[in-house]
Design a protein around this ligand. Structure first.
Ligand SMILES: Cc1cc2nc3c(=O)[nH]c(=O)nc-3n(C[C@H](O)[C@H](O)[C@H](O)COP(=O)(O)OP(=O)(O)OC[C@H]3O[C@@H](n4cnc5c(N)ncnc54)[C@H](O)[C@@H]3O)c2cc1C
Ligand code: SF4
Length: 326
């Protein structure tokens, strides 16, 4: 691990000022991802700004009737919060499908959004990786790529975003609130994470000197018909090979509204609005579900060891829709 200095910001202004003044500084929240990456010599900030005392630790109602999740609320506090559990069980289930109780007690909502890929080569500093070292190449393209992406990939990177929480947030159409030295802005969740393109080293549409203050959930939580399905190698403590977040509004057996997001398949939580449109107005049956699933995987491409994910994703979508519609 490289040497670094440390300071604890007392308020939001101080945190933003510290990060703006030093382009090699990073925020640290729960530290469950950043510290690992520093130990592995993948990331080497020279200064850490501890943001854990900023008071962004509340879950409150928004004026619109949704919920605002402070960026420093832990994943555990979020999942077990009565309002989240009752109104947004899709989100609670997705969070609880991730990591372990100990990790969820430390991990924060802001840090969860910005956790980095689990690509083996990203962690292995002896191998080329465009995300870790731009321009060096992508070892996964022709290497071990069992856990890699099948949608939205580029010739420069086929990594996936590893979060479970973010898949549910994509389906719920959350909004990310950020602050920089000029003020605040709101980023729709669909625009927050990026596809790799030719800049895979940039994971999110967040400037280096911006801080996430909250994630806002719209009023609609799809609490009657929802499913978070996570397919993984072990029953717990494993990242998703494929995951599916579904929220449905039903009228009898007919689907009135549908939200569908996939994890483990792309550089960002993956939504396909055409697939969602294929569900709306149609009966909740296997034919309808298969049509939507086929639409999603029609754009998929396998790279060898991960090709099995195409059929896995198709089946996972059908199963998740089936369970959500019950
Ligand atoms: C063994 C293991 C297993 C795991 N399994 C899963 C899993 O199955 N599913 C899953 O979803 N996750 C999993 N995780 C990941 C875990 O959820 C993340 O590590 C965690 O959410 C990161 O939150 P943190 O607060 O610890 O972030 P940190 O490590 O403190 O920070 C991560 C990044 O976010 C930045 N950051 C943090 N907060 C802010 C903010 N408010 N504004 C701007 N930047 C910020 C930091 O600068 C850093 O770059 C696992 C982690 C481990 C170690
Ligand atoms: S898939 Fe992305 S993260 Fe993995 S080696 Fe290639 S460039 Fe690096």
């Amino acid at each position: 691990m490289n040497p670094f200095t440390y300071s604890r910001a007392g308020d939001l202004d101080e945190a933003v000022r510290e990060i703006s003044d030093n382009d090699r500084a990073k925020f640290i929240a729960g530290g469950t991802n950043l510290v690992d990456l520093m130990k592995a010599n993948v990331m080497h900030p020279t200064h850490l700004v501890d943001i854990t005392r900023l008071g962004l630790s509340a879950i409150e109602e928004t004026e619109e009737g949704g919920l605002r999740l402070g960026s420093l609320v832990t994943n555990a506090e979020t999942a077990y919060h009565p309002q989240v559990a009752e109104r947004y069980p899709l989100l609670a289930n997705a969070i609880l499908a991730g990591a372990s109780p100990q990790l969820r007690n430390m991990a924060t909502n802001g840090g969860n959004l910005l956790q980095r890929t689990r690509c083996y080569y990203f962690y292995d500093t002896a191998t080329p990786c465009n995300k870790r070292e731009p321009g060096s190449g992508c070892s996964a393209l022709n290497g071990h790529n069992r856990i890699h992406a099948i949608l939205g990939t580029s010739e420069h990177c086929i990594a996936t975003h590893p979060s479970d929480m973010c898949v549910a947030l994509a389906a719920l159409e959350a909004v990310v609130r950020v602050t920089n030295r000029y003020g605040e802005r709101a980023i729709p969740f669909a625009d927050f994470h990026r596809l790799p393109g030719d800049t895979p080293h940039i994971d999110a549409n967040l400037e280096p000197d911006e801080i996430i203050t909250a994630v806002e959930l719209p009023p609609r939580g799809f609490s009657q018909h929802f499913k978070y399905l996570k397919i993984r190698d072990r029953a717990s403590y494993a990242f998703a090979l494929v995951s599916v977040a579904v929220g449905l509004e039903m009228e009898g057996d007919t689907i009135r509204e549908a939200r569908l997001a996939l994890g483990g398949v792309a550089h960002k939580p993956w939504r396909n609005l055409e697939a969602e449109a294929l569900l709306v107005g149609n009966p909740a049956n296997r034919e309808t579900f298969k049509r939507a699933a086929d639409r999603i995987v029609a754009d998929a491409r396998g790279y060898g060891s991960n090709s099995f994910k195409i059929e896995l994703a198709r089946r996972a979508v059908v199963r998740a829709l089936n369970e959500a519609a019950k």
